[in-house]
Design a protein around this ligand. Structure first.
Ligand code: CO
Length: 401
């Protein structure tokens, strides 16, 4: 055990009492009275316990096909988001596609146009990687004011899964990209034909044509049967229900990259093709809407991620940003994936503010709200990655600060 971890461990002895757990040393317990129940019949496809209630935040929509659902990040553990809780953003509902009929067309500036069935793609060399997907609009409500009352509302358009599929590089090499082919346009099979342009370098670097998520077929809401996975880039370019990739010489200026997903700056100009999601973190416990049971031991927990690589460091402040302490990072730390951080803390029962900031392997530090808005203004709806403060009241209640 490294020295600093051993010190942390020693600091934590007596932790059960510190956390207020009801432990009675030496108390006699009747083993026969420990919980036991007759089991239900075995079933073919699993469901969670009836007592579990975590669910996506679903807004009341006038047009139920268009909108977002948010991951309850404060109710997930580790780094993997259950597929059933992965956030969604829909522009035209969820198509119900038959994988026996679905195809992927690869054409444009290539030597050979190719059409792949889903079965074809599954025969090709495969790869699995854990990557986050984050909507460019995640935390968009935080630009003007620290608005989100809880983690789902303020940071819930981000999730992390293991994705399995064919490296896009293999398909592009098979088709033979012509020298003039500098970009691609990826298009979905939803009714609005959601489509985005991507530089060819990124396609050759690490994109996947994915057919599986967390060990099973991608769910319909996530793009069944095929989804383009573009690691570290804004969620919108991870095109769901992928039906064609066209190689082109310049970006296509699709409606989804002109009317949306551009960042309006303070001087009235806009940034476009801002693909990479910058380093970000949020404390998920204690966080807005929760209530601490009382003074004593608390494990501060949260998530950090960066589209530029791995998370190198997360610092936590429990005094409103005056002093900072390094949190422990869950290993392995994977590039462009969620990283779980943890920090033992003894809450003294007084009102305070807590926050976290992440540093990634590119040397980038997550900015404060002031630093971010000074650089970008507050006009944008996209790419907000400022630190998030939670206020803990003397009664243990946790609120947005
Ligand atoms: Co962008």
């Amino acid at each position: 055990m490294p020295k600093n971890e051993r010190r942390r461990f020693l600091q934590l002895s007596g932790i059960v009492a510190l956390a207020g757990c009801s432990s009675q040393p030496g108390a006699k317990v009747d083993e026969e009275k420990l919980p036991s129940a007759l089991g239900k019949p075995i079933r073919a496809y699993g469901e969670r316990s009836q007592f579990e209630t975590a669910k996506r935040a679903v807004p009341d929509l006038k047009r139920p096909q268009i909108g977002s659902t948010r991951t309850p990040l404060a109710e997930t553990e580790g780094i993997i988001t259950p597929s059933s809780l992965h956030f969604e953003r829909h522009h035209a509902g969820v198509p119900d596609l038959d994988p026996a009929k679905h195809t992927l067309l690869l054409h444009g500036l290539v030597e050979r146009s190719l059409v792949f069935t889903v079965a074809d793609l599954k025969r090709l060399p495969s790869a699995s990687h854990i990557y986050f997907v984050e909507c460019a609009g995640n935390s968009g409500g935080e630009w003007k004011a620290p608005g989100g009352p809880n983690v789902a509302a303020s940071f819930g358009l981000a999730s992390c899964s293991e994705w399995t599929g064919v490296p896009l590089k293999i398909l592009l090499e098979e088709a033979g990209v012509k020298p003039a082919g500098k970009w691609l346009v990826a298009e979905g099979a939803d009714a609005c034909k959601m489509s985005r342009s991507l530089p060819i370098e990124k396609a050759l670097e690490d994109c996947l044509v994915a057919y599986a998520q967390n060990g099973e077929a991608i769910r319909p809401e996530q793009g069944y049967p095929l989804r383009l996975v573009v690691p570290g880039y804004e969620g919108n370019v991870n095109v769901k229900w992928l039906r064609q990739i066209k190689i082109v010489d310049q970006p296509n200026q699709t409606k989804d990259e002109t009317s949306k997903y551009t960042d309006l700056l303070a001087d009235g100009t806009a940034r476009q093709f801002t693909f990479v999601m910058d380093a970000k973190s949020v404390i998920t416990y204690p966080s807005g809407g929760q209530k601490l049971g009382g003074p004593g031991f608390q494990e501060i927990r949260g998530l950090a991620w960066s589209g530029r690589g791995v998370i190198e460091k997360v610092e936590v402040s429990t005094d409103g940003g005056k002093t900072w302490t390094k949190a422990a990072l869950q290993e392995p730390r994977l590039p462009k994936a969620f990283t779980r951080f943890r920090l033992p803390w003894k809450w003294d029962g007084t009102e305070t503010e807590i926050t976290a900031r992440a540093v990634d392997s590119a040397g980038y530090t997550q900015p404060s709200r002031e630093e971010l808005t000074e650089a970008r203004g507050a006009n944008s709806q996209y790419h907000y990655n400022g630190v998030k403060m939670w206020k803990i009241g003397a009664d243990g209640s946790v609120k947005n600060a």
